[in-house]
Design a protein around this ligand. Structure first.
Ligand code: SF4
Length: 288
């Protein structure tokens, strides 16, 4: 499987800015955090801006949390911006401003989880480590196990599954990791896999088994309209668009449902994405 997939990747990979040969490990780390639950098209312009403004971790660590949340723009899940800011401070202070290459050291950074640590080790440093995201789990479930889709995630089993597929050497293993992910993103998609274009077609266990339907538990469909996530985003937008603290009345205007609005405001304060001044005004963290 590995040679076919690596060859397919070399010919079909998307030309993404964080895949350019001069991208630093810091650039890869920022891209991996931004890409979690966010499409490439939305990440691209923000990533380019961040790299131009903050080419090394110490530059990001110098600015306020509020500035980082503002620059996160509309990428969503803005706690990720604070996590990156915290990780940047530790990388600058304890690792000579260079993102570590070792999985355990990466895992010890604030806010860096199992996926991100391994993605950085593989994609920035070319190491042989299993990198498992939803796309990879789906490709393995179909191509190797003959199932219609991946069942519930299990860190240990999923990583062992992927590790077994990787070539022995570091460099081809790292390419295989990214190729599996790219295949899941472009060809072996969740709803309509384009099997006729797939390099694994003749070996795919799902094809050989007659394309059985997936019968396991379904993932909940993520809606956005009317959710707390939407309301939190609207509240933060008010502060992103101003330079200083605002009155409560400005925030109250963005959402009519008062209990939901209050709940979201509280959660933003608890998450450290917003602060209240002694005069009762609201501001981005560190901006008052
Ligand atoms: S043949 Fe179809 S199901 Fe099998 S890995 Fe390729 S795209 Fe996925």
């Amino acid at each position: 499987m590995d040679a076919v997939l690596i060859d397919w990747y070399s010919k079909n990979k998307r030309d993404l800015p964080w895949r350019q040969p001069d991208t630093t490990a810091w650039g890869v780390l920022v891209s991996e955090i931004m890409l979690q639950q966010t499409p490439v098209s939305r990440v691209e312009p923000i990533w380019l801006e961040w790299m131009a403004r903050w080419p090394v971790p110490s530059k990001l660590a110098e600015v306020s949390q509020g500035e980082v949340v503002r620059a996160w723009g509309k990428l969503g899940y803005p706690r990720r911006a604070l996590r990156l800011h915290s990780a940047a401070a530790v990388i600058a202070a304890e690792h000579g401003d260079v993102v570590p290459s070792d999985v355990d050291t990466l895992l010890a950074l604030p806010g860096i989880g199992a996926y991100t640590a391994r993605a950085v080790a593989a994609f920035a440093y070319g190491k042989r480590v299993p990198v498992v995201d939803t796309n990879v789990r789906r490709v393995v479930a179909r191509a190797v196990h003959g199932a219609g889709d991946a069942g519930p995630a299990s860190n240990t089993r999923d990583m062992a599954d992927v590790e077994a597929l990787l070539p022995a050497e570091d460099a081809p293993a790292a390419t295989m990791s990214i190729a599996l992910m790219e295949l899941g993103a472009l060809i072996c998609t969740a709803r309509a896999p384009r099997c006729v274009d797939c390099p694994l077609l003749t070996d795919c266990a799902w094809q050989k088994a007659g394309r059985p339907e997936y019968t396991g538990p379904l993932k909940p469909v993520q809606r956005f309209a009317g959710t707390d996530r939407q309301v939190r985003g609207l509240l933060l937008d008010v502060l992103r668009d101003t330079d200083g603290p605002v009155e409560r009345a400005r925030l109250d205007m963005v959402w009519a449902d008062a209990p939901q609005r209050d709940r979201c405001l509280d959660s933003l304060l608890v998450d450290g994405l917003m602060e209240q001044t002694s005069a009762g005004l609201f501001a981005l963290p560190g901006e008052h």
